[in-house]
Design a protein around this ligand. Structure first.
Ligand code: GLP
Length: 241
């Protein structure tokens, strides 16, 4: 595991964009596993600025809310189009994200797993970290769920996401998320974390026991993980050395 300490969010974004740029230049038809949330917004801005060739790049997103239509501004497909896809030359057919409107959740999960398999796996998986240690929407649990599955969002996640919604009632209670095995099968995992509020959970994830109660702790078992984190996020972890 490599930990890159950055001084602020701008540097986090440029360093992460460097890693993604390198991946695309090394393999023009790379499969990028992409994340939403506030952590990767700067990285996407930076990638757009660099005018990279996305014409052969394939993407697979971690998750999507259930029940939100693609034109809903809070849906993750809307977020991805707004923050990245509409500004680079990626082909529409190369964009993959769970269908939040699928009525049969189970069928949609099978379709998504098949989609990951057909892509030949993920070359680089970008991850943010939930306040409760979730990656994608793999919430604290008694097990690590391998494949794509429907999740009931935890109260802490609903509260954390409430900042994006006007009314509390509008916040989706369910999502579809890629499973832990698909994430762990990625060739390279890049976890980006910033801010003091993530310091304690980052320490638990990287130095604590490997437990499904902190889903990100499984990353300790991956042999090619890069953590890009600012000083504030690393503050608790540093105390353990
Ligand atoms: C969301 C997403 C995750 C994301 C996490 C952290 O719920 N499903 O993929 O990594 O929460 O979000 P943020 O980067 O806004 O802190």
């Amino acid at each position: 595991m490599e930990i890159i300490e950055v001084k602020n969010y701008d540097e986090l974004s440029t360093v992460t964009a460097d890693l993604i740029e390198k991946q695309i230049k090394m393999k023009e038809d790379s499969v990028l596993g992409l994340a939403t949330g506030s952590s990767p917004v700067g990285t996407y801005k930076e990638l757009i600025k660099r005018n990279l060739d996305f014409s052969k790049v394939r993407t697979i997103n971690l998750d999507e809310y259930r029940g939100l239509a693609p034109d809903n501004k809070q849906s993750y497909i809307y977020f991805m189009r707004d923050n990245l896809f509409n500004h680079v030359n990626i082909k529409d057919e190369n964009i993959n994200i769970p269908n939040g409107l699928a009525e049969e959740g189970f069928e949609e999960c099978l379709r998504y797993d098949k989609c990951i398999e057909d892509l030949g796996g993920i070359d680089l998986q970008l991850l943010g970290l939930g306040l409760n240690g979730h990656i994608g929407f793999n919430e604290p649990n008694t097990e690590f769920v391998k494949g794509t599955h429907v999740v009931t969002l935890s109260q802490s996640t609903i509260d954390a996401n409430s900042r994006f919604f006007e009314n509390y009632e509008e916040i989706p209670r369910e999502a579809i998320t890629m499973g832990i095995k698909s994430i762990m099968d990625a060739g390279h995992i890049v976890l980006i974390v910033n801010g003091a509020k993530k310091a304690s959970i980052l320490k638990d994830a990287l130095c604590g026991p490997i437990t499904p109660n902190v889903q990100a702790s499984i990353l300790q078992l991956h042999n090619n993980v890069t953590i890009v984190a600012d000083k504030e996020a690393l503050s608790e972890l540093k105390k353990t050395f």
